[in-house]
Unconditional design. Sequence first.
Length: 340
Amino acid sequence: MKILNQDTKDGYMKLRIEKDEDLWHLKYVIEEGDVLKTRSPRTIIEGREKRKCMIKLEVEKMDFQGNRLRTTGEIREAPEDVEHGYHTFNLEAGDEFEIWKEKWKKYQIDRIKKAARIQNYKILVCLVEKGESNFAFITETGIKDLADVDVNIPGKMYHTDGEEQESFYGQIISVLSRNAEKVDRIILGGPGFEKENIHNRLKDEYPDVSEKVIKEDTSVTGYTGVQEVIKRGAVDRIIDESRISEEVQIVERFLKHINKEDGKAVYKPKKVAEAAEIGAVQHLLVNDNLITEKRYEKVMEAVENQAGEIHIIHTDHEAGQKLKSLSGMAGILRFEIRDG
């Protein structure tokens, strides 16, 4: 899901549905009384054919059907030449829509942000070439420039004792080491080999800082270079890496309970459903390819209603494949359940 616009103080968001998984999240966000607006086919009064037009309706009921979310209600706004009355939106992946609520609840905003994979990430970018470097912070809210390091280092045709270069490296490493604890990752980039030199120095002097570094080639430095880092997908890779890390951690936590045989983990669908019914499931793990199947819907609803957490585990990594081999659904329990 992508948030295209928002003003939650006025109860407004504009969203784009990007995959079926988003529809499942929206099922728990859209509720009776909300107003939705999107482009939808509606019968023309004269001629009886249908045409797509912008329609605004007030939601009265919903029906989640896996690959679409049907929302039905009375039309509040529509062109004069189409029928009014009741209408149904069939929201699917690829659709954009607007939503108004009298008041957004915190859990609803949190779920939208989770579906949009907006995280509280902070990335330090250092772009370096001979004698010049630029620093910037990238967060989910934008780019913030930091001070530059600029040292006049002579070219190869001039003699130098290396003091300028040592000063240059020293200043860059000082900035990186001071800010390392404040950021999730460091992107070290630039058009030449200086980034390699800086990274090697970090390995020797600040090995913990060097572990946060990923290197990225850019054709230029400066603000244009920072934009190039983003366009090349470095930030997306870091966010995706974070998503995989979180999924791996919860799967490993589940597997530890299995190995300890402490009665606080279940994975057969029937057992998970039984545990969910009595409110025992604290964390429900579900493979991404299963969430649109109706047979799992009641289990997820039961966990949600008992204030449990649902973790969508993708199958694009080893931990997700391990969960898939165990049926694709598992639960970490609040209290142990023993057979017999």
